[in-house]
Design a protein around this ligand. Structure first.
Ligand code: HEC
Length: 186
């Protein structure tokens, strides 16, 4: 008789133990599933709070920052740096427009030819020409057609600076905002 009750209380203890262990397991699994993901570097802000980077406030230090700033200056003052007012060997745009005249607010105005996110979409396949197009070619397309000028070689400091600026602007864009920002709204 005594042995039996010993066994049954031992079994009861075991059942409690198993029950608490499985409870812990469930809590652990829920924890993993429901815990908020760790914020990634550069994405500390939520999409709702996101604002484009500004050359005045967020310019990176060193050579990279200088490139980005120069790219910004070319875009807002194109004629002076790579247009009719530049030295002859640096003159590629044929008219006195700035990129900024069409890509408003240095390419930061939403849905107005914005450059934010553009870097992440290149190189891209272009069906009409049946080839992969690069960002350099796209910029040269604007220089040749929109600005009535000629191609700027890809290895010039000016081309690299424009690309750097577009890359820097594109770096911290929350992916869920991309589709609202790109293109030109009618
Ligand atoms: C006369 C207006 C005009 C000027 C000046 C101009 N562009 Fe453009 N650009 C456009 C238009 C229009 C598009 C097509 C926009 C679209 O498809 O959403 C475009 C597209 C682009 C794109 C691709 C954007 C994307 O979302 O894929 C880049 C990059 C670009 N331009 C760079 C430049 C640069 C750099 C300059 C100055 C050197 C410049 N553009 C000058 C009108 C212009």
């Amino acid at each position: 008789m005594q042995d039996r009750s010993k066994i049954s209380s031992a079994l009861q203890g075991l059942a409690y133990l198993l029950f608490s262990l499985s409870l812990l397991l469930v809590i652990g699994v829920l924890w993993v599933i429901l815990a908020p993901p760790k914020a990634k570097l550069n994405e500390a802000r939520s999409p709702q709070e996101w604002t484009p980077r500004s050359v005045e406030l967020n310019l990176p230090k060193g050579k990279w920052g200088q490139m980005v700033k120069y790219g910004h200056d070319i875009i807002t003052n194109t004629s002076r740096f790579i247009g009719p007012s530049a030295a002859k060997n640096k003159s590629f745009a044929g008219n006195n427009l700035s990129c900024n005249n069409c890509h408003l607010n240095a390419g930061k105005k939403i849905a107005s030819g914005s450059f934010i996110g553009v870097y992440n979409r290149f190189p891209q396949f272009r069906g009409r020409e049946n080839k992969i197009g690069t960002l350099e070619e796209r910029i040269n397309g604007c220089l040749e057609r929109s600005m009535n000028g000629k191609k700027m070689p890809e290895n010039t400091y000016e081309m690299k600076a424009i690309i750097s600026y577009i890359q820097w602007l594109s770096e911290d864009l929350p992916p869920e905002l991309e589709k609202n920002i790109k293109g030109i709204k009618k």
